[in-house]
Write a protein that binds this ligand. Structure first.
Ligand code: N01
Length: 541
């Protein structure tokens, strides 16, 4: 049964929010502060979004805990304590639950409630949202806080129904303990999820067979417990640190490189990469030089360094070579960070199947088949990824002005003005939508920025009588083109990645996030707000 929210004293909400993860919960808090009533519809049985669903072994954030947390309340960041450099799924979910309780947010969340359709009613100036259970909710504003990586893509693995054993998707992991003790486990997919899960599953399972279609760059997480005093030291300057995060390219403070990788002697460059390898996290290596995401030769120096580390870590030279990425420049797919991924292949019972050498045929009874033969397995773990950035938006497929569905409006690829609003869809907003830095940044920093900006815009529209606000088509075209221009000046489009939609058959190939940086993007949005929201128009319906 859906959990019942406490009835609002005023009846209908002002804002419907879809999703109750980091974004949805902060929206509830911020809207309350602005004197608006909001209701969040959440498909899960609990809050937490990504961190509610992703319970696979080894699930851990690739941004450090003290950065991957809300900054909106100085007391909150002082009172919460993290245990490790990189927080695991359970710790992050515990943090989100703490925030929800501390700010009494749960009363405005309806869990087990999936929004199934949404339509703009121009005569009443309302979004009408129908849930899967058949209820209808309505509010003048609809904010999609549905996450960038929340809808698994179809795995594309034939014969799953014939397999006969247990089948798991990393993003839909069961809540109860899953034991792999003594079992033969097949893992399909070597993105961040597969790379995190493999070493942990390998500790327990009798056999692990990893099916890799594309070798990925993975950097050591260098995860560890936070040292005594380390957290206190950062807390003492947390405000300053947060301000730096907001004005940094990635939402994580750090040095900015101003030299090309090609202008330093090789020994110096190797020392810099080694330092990043041994200490830096997700962005450490990419930040070593200014041109690693824009110059193929510069990028190759980092890619060579990583391939050399892979061949050092993996005992079997053929496996090391197969694990060495050669299809795309380093960083053009989201780099993975791992804890013992490469060395897991030195364990007895762990083997790699290179699907470029022997293409996947599909699941068969009791195993997985390739063009070369069958690999027996009791369990199958699908780490096959997501319909990223647009999947949750097109799944709801809101119908905007004149009943036009979002899927039709986006048939050639998504267009969202500044990544927050879509022309033809009045009063609809997207948190970390396509065309915003989102997945190229520390998500919590980008979420906070969007929530603050969108709620300010809603308050602005509400205070101007009609309350209906919409992106102008010309402004949206300008921004959408700009995002593609910025992307074209980088190496990103060279990879077949979920950043470009290439992982989902038939999805239009468009670079989805804005690669210009959190700092630049913030300046743009602040400029738009201070101009009186140029590029948006108020209307009567
Ligand atoms: O998904 P992915 P993910 N047959 O799309 C393969 C975030 N995240 O869940 O590359 C065979 O990256 C596919 O192969 P290919 C993070 O932003 C963060 O791992 O398409 N293989 C690829 O190897 C991340 O980038 C964290 O050739 C198939 C893999 O499956 C994003 O989520 C942890 C296949 C999918 O990789 C997505 O990561 C986890 C098929 N039919 C996730 N279909 C952290 O914070 C797909 N593949 C650490």
């Amino acid at each position: 049964m859906p959990s019942a929210p406490r009835p609002s004293p005023h009846g209908r909400p002002d804002v419907l929010v879809v999703g109750a993860g980091f974004a949805g919960l902060y929206l509830l808090h911020r809207l309350r502060e602005l004197g608006m009533r909001a209701l969040a519809l959440e498909a899960g049985a609990g809050i937490g979004g990504t961190w509610y669903w992703n319970r696979y072994p080894g699930a851990r954030c690739d941004v450090e805990s003290m950065d991957y947390s809300y900054s909106f309340d100085p007391a909150l960041e002082q009172e919460w304590s993290w245990t490790r450099r990189y927080p695991g799924q359970a710790e992050i979910l515990g943090y989100i639950e703490h925030v929800a309780d501390r700010f009494d947010l749960r009363r405005d969340v309806r869990t087990r409630t999936r929004a199934a359709s949404a339509a703009w009613d121009a005569s009443d100036r309302l979004w009408r949202v129908r849930t899967e259970a058949g209820d209808t909710c309505a509010a003048p504003y609809l904010v999609m806080a549905t996450g960038c990586l929340s809808v698994p893509k179809a795995p594309g693995v034939e014969g799953l129904e014939r397999f006969g054993g247990r089948v798991f998707h990393t993003g839909r992991w069961p809540h109860e303990e899953v034991s792999f003790a003594g079992r033969r486990v097949a893992v399909i997919g070597t993105g961040s999820s597969g790379i995190q899960a493999v070493p942990v599953i390998a500790e327990e399972a009798a056999e692990v067979t990893v099916f890799q279609r594309t070798a990925n760059f993975s950097l050591p997480a260098n995860d560890r417990p936070l040292a005594p005093g380390e957290q206190e030291a950062l807390k003492a300057r947390y405000r300053e640190h947060r301000a730096q995060a907001r004005r940094s390219p990635t939402g994580i403070p750090g040095p900015r490189a101003d030299r090309s990788a090609l202008e330093v002697p090789e020994a110096e460059r190797t020392a810099a990469y080694r330092h990043a390898w041994e200490h830096g996290g997700l962005f450490g290596m990419l930040r070593s030089y200014s041109d690693l995401t824009t110059d193929a030769d510069a990028n190759a120096t980092a890619a060579d360094f990583i391939r050399a580390r892979i061949s050092e870590a993996v005992d079997d030279p053929a496996t090391a070579e197969a694990l060495s990425p050669r299809t795309h420049p380093f960083g053009t797919k989201r780099p993975c960070i791992d804890s013992g991924y490469y060395t897991a292949f030195n364990r007895e019972g762990v083997r790699l199947v290179d699907l470029r050498a022997e293409p996947l045929a599909g699941a068969v009874p009791g195993g997985v088949a390739t063009a070369r033969g069958e690999y027996p397995a009791d369990d199958l773990v699908l780490a096959t990824g997501y319909d990223a950035m647009t999947g949750a938006l097109t799944a709801l497929d809101p119908h905007g002005r004149d009943g036009v569905p979002l899927r039709r409006a986006w048939a050639e690829g998504p267009a969202a003005h500044l990544g927050v609003a879509v022309a033809g869809f009045p009063n609809l907003f997207t948190v970390t939508g396509p065309g915003s830095p989102s997945v190229l940044s520390n998500m919590v920093v980008s979420i906070e920025q969007h929530v603050e900006w969108i709620t300010d815009l809603i308050a602005w529209a509400r205070d101007r009588g009609t309350g209906v606000v919409e992106a102008e088509p010309a402004a949206q075209r300008w921004w959408t083109d700009h995002v593609q221009e910025v992307a074209a000046a980088t190496l990103f489009p060279r990879a077949d990645s979920w950043y470009t939609g290439a992982n989902v058959p038939g999805k239009p190939r468009v670079f989805l996030p804005y690669p210009g940086g959190v700092d630049v993007y913030r300046d743009v949005l602040e400029g738009v707000a201070s101009s009186g929201y140029e590029g948006f128009r108020l209307s009567r319906a």
